[in-house]
Design a protein around this ligand. Structure first.
Ligand SMILES: [Zn+2]
Length: 91
């Protein structure tokens, strides 16, 4: 499935769905209000620094993509993304 034709809202919903599939865990950094460490879905030894839903140090974030799993995880935690499941193709 390509994500290029999806709207931003759809991309966030799609990413939020994958937060659970990939078991992305986020931990707030003490002393900050919006900085989190997010685990990598692909590399257990790696974590990313996420600032709100704005910045992430993963490849997508560095590359300028505004949507990634880590920021979606933060968005879910903060209640900024609906947890409604992304509509799956009927099995
Ligand atoms: Zn990211």
């Amino acid at each position: 499935m390509t994500t290029s034709r999806m709207t931003d809202d759809e991309r966030w919903a799609f990413a939020a769905d994958r937060v659970y599939l990939k078991d992305i865990r986020i931990t707030q950094i003490a002393g900050t209000s919006n900085r989190y460490v997010a685990s990598s879905g692909s590399c257990p030894q790696r974590v990313y620094l996420v600032t709100g839903m704005r910045d992430c140090t993963c490849a997508a974030g560095i590359g300028g993509d505004k949507v990634c799993l880590h920021r979606a995880a933060v968005g879910l935690k903060l209640g900024l993304i609906d947890e409604t499941p992304f509509p799956e193709v009927a099995a």
